[in-house]
Design a protein around this ligand. Structure first.
Ligand code: PGA
Length: 240
C-alpha cells in the first residue's frame, strides 16, 4: 500500500477558482486534501482519487456554537479525514488538550478518520531527544484522555509528528531523528504515524524511505503543484 500524503492548505488559496485548480492538480490516490472550510464542498466535487479532509472541527455535534462546524456537517460534505490539534491552532486559537480530546471523540464517533498532530517546541528539543519524547508522550496522554478506542482498536486514529519548530520553517527535522520519534510514538500507540514540518520536493524521499514513517503532512509545498507532484512521485517509490 502507498504511504499517505496529507495536503494541509491552511488559510489558502485566496479564492474558489484557485482552490478548484489546485485540487485538480493534487488529485492522487492515497492523498488527503484539506482545504479551508469554504472550499470543502466544491473541492470534494472536483476530486476523484484523493480523499477530502478538514483542518478542524468542533466537539459538539451542532447547536448554539457561533462560528463552529460540526462533525455531521463535515460528514455531509463527504469529508473523511479531519486534522485535530495542529500546533497553529494550539498556539493562535488557544486550543487546549481537553478541547482536542473532545474533538477526537466527536470525530471518531461519526466515523471520521482523525489525524492528531503532536510535536515539541524548540525550547524542549534544545534539551535533547529524551526531553522531546517526554513532551510528545505527555501530549498524547492528554489529547487521548477519555478516548477508549484509541490505538490497536481504532484504525481511524492517525498521528502526525510535527516538531513545531520545523513547521513553515523551511528546515525539516532530520529523517533519522523523526523516525526515532515516530517509532517511540508507535510504542505508545499502535497506529500509523506521519511526519510533518517543512516537507518538500527535495527532502520528501528521505522521510518516506524510512520504513516506520507512514506518510507526510505537507503544508506550504502542497500549494505548489510542481512540488506536490514531486512529493507524490517520491512517495510512490516507497510502500508501507
Ligand atoms: P509546512 O507545514 O509543510 O509548511 O511546514 C506543515 C504543517 O503545518 O502541517
Amino acid at each position: 500500500m502507498r504511504k499517505l500524503i496529507v495536503a494541509n492548505w491552511k488559510s489558502n488559496p485566496k479564492n474558489l477558482s484557485e482552490a478548484i485548480k489546485l485540487a485538480g492538480a493534487s488529485d492522487f490516490k492515497n492523498v488527503v486534501i484539506a482545504p479551508p472550510y469554504p472550499y470543502l464542498e466544491q473541492v470534494g466535487k472536483h476530486i476523484r482519487r484523493a480523499s477530502l479532509g478538514a483542518q478542524n472541527v468542533f466537539f459538539e455535534n451542532g447547536g448554539p456554537y457561533t462560528g463552529e462546524v460540526s462533525v455531521s456537517q463535515l460528514r455531509h460534505l463527504k469529508v473523511t479525514y479531519v486534522i485535530v490539534g495542529h500546533s497553529e491552532r494550539r498556539k493562535n486559537l488557544g486550543e487546549t488538550d481537553e478541547m482536542i480530546s473532545k474533538k477526537i471523540r466527536a470525530s471518531l464517533k461519526v466515523g471520521l478518520n482523525v489525524l492528531l498532530c503532536v510535536g515539541e517546541d524548540w525550547d524542549t528539543r534544545r534539551k535533547g531527544i529524551v526531553a522531546a519524547k517526554k513532551f510528545v508522550a505527555n501530549q498524547l496522554k492528554k489529547d487521548l484522555a477519555g478516548n477508549r478506542k484509541r490505538g490497536a482498536g481504532n484504525r481511524k486514529l492517525l498521528i502526525a509528528y510535527e516538531p513545531v519548530w520545523a513547521i513553515g520553517a523551511g528546515k525539516a527535522d532530520s529523517a533519522k531523528t523523526s523516525a526515532e520519534m515516530i517509532s517511540f510514538i508507535k510504542k505508545i500507540l499502535d497506529t500509523k504515524v506521519l511526519y510533518g514540518g517543512s516537507v518538500n520536493a527535495k527532502n520528501a524521499a528521505a522521510f518516506l524511505r524510512q520504513g516506520g514513517i507512514d506518510g507526510a503532512l505537507v503544508g506550504s509545498a502542497s500549494l505548489d503543484p510542481k512540488s506536490f507532484k514531486a512529493i507524490i512521485k517520491a512517495r510512490d517509490s516507497f510502500r508501507v
